[in-house]
Design a protein around this ligand. Structure first.
Ligand SMILES: O=c1ccn([C@@H]2O[C@H](COP(=O)(O)O)[C@@H](O)[C@H]2O)c(=O)[nH]1
Length: 280
């Protein structure tokens, strides 16, 4: 069994350093001439999968935009995951789960156990009940070759109030998260399976990312104001495992599949230049 880190490293080498977010906002559905209902959602996702599924290393469906359509939305999430996997893309479900350990085990079963209908390659997780409470996700991921991306420095302006707060041991909350994930990745080659979320918008914060050893998902590009140049500033010297992520900036080019694909190719090229050819 290959680890998630190894699979992601290979996918980035073959397809380039880019994650495309699948965020079917109601406004995007309308802009694409679709209804904001489960049928519109299904058409939207199938179009994105057809247009870019064989061109990107990894895609990131945003669970919230499927959940808001109820059980048919979840059914569409299942079929969307399948469509992207069939096209050869890895699937990172942005679901930001976190809870007490016994409940986290159920989330791990739901997303990281291959017998689940919602099984994906990796998920996002929230560490604010303590990184240790996520242990069942880490165990299940390690057992089945999956990955977990833990929120460290998020792209939203409200994040620093919590994440830059200094804990009793003198580290910021974010640095404590970074250090715990770094430990999980220790010795993993060519890339650890436990990632961090570090927004492209966070600026120079002084956090030490040098020992992470795993992928760093960088959302916040495009619609939230982040640019490829920001990646260099935010990740200075630690760019080899950065995974830039675009959602609305790319999706606004649909429903024309050629235009969607062209937007992805442009974003890949911009990110490659910004990361100095270090990834892919
Ligand atoms: O810090 C974070 C963590 C997650 N996100 C998610 O990424 C996408 C961003 O969408 P854009 O359209 O590219 O702004 C969205 O699903 C967020 O929930 C984030 O933005 N920042």
């Amino acid at each position: 069994m290959q680890t998630f880190g190894a699979r992601l490293r290979r996918a980035i080498e073959e397809r380039g350093p880019l994650c495309v977010g699948v965020d079917p906002h109601p406004s995007l559905l309308r802009a694409w001439g679709l209804r904001d209902d489960p049928d519109g959602l299904a058409t939207f996702c199938a179009t994105v999968a057809e247009a870019v599924g064989d061109a990107v290393a990894i895609v990131k469906p945003q669970s919230a935009f499927f959940e808001r359509h109820g059980s048919r939305g979840i059914a569409t999430l299942e079929s969307t995951i399948r469509q992207f996997k069939d096209a050869g893309a890895l699937v990172l479900l942005d679901v930001k789960r976190g809870d007490i350990g016994s409940t986290v085990r159920a989330y791990a079963d739901a997303y990281l156990d291959p017998s689940s209908p919602l099984y994906v390659d990796a998920i996002t997780a929230s560490p604010y009940l303590g990184v240790g409470s996520l242990a069942p996700m880490f165990e299940t991921a390690a057992k089945h070759g999956g990955g977990v991306f833990v929120l460290a420095l998020t792209s939203n302006p409200e994040g620093p109030y919590v994440q830059h707060a200094v804990a009793a041991d003198g580290r910021t909350v974010a640095q404590a998260v970074i250090d715990e994930i770094s430990l999980l990745n220790r010795g993993a080659e060519p890339l650890g399976s436990f990632g961090l979320v570090v927004g492209a918008t966070v600026g120079v914060t002084g956090h030490d990312l040098s020992g992470v050893g795993g992928p760093m998902l960088a959302p916040g590009l495009g619609a939230q104001g982040g640019t490829p140049d920001d990646l260099r500033r935010v990740f200075s010297g630690n760019v080899s495992a950065v995974l830039p992520s675009y959602s609305r900036e790319v999706l606004q080019h649909g429903p024309d599949t050629a235009a969607l694909r062209a937007a992805v190719i442009r974003a890949q090229a911009d990110c490659r230049v910004a990361l100095g050819g270090a990834a892919g």
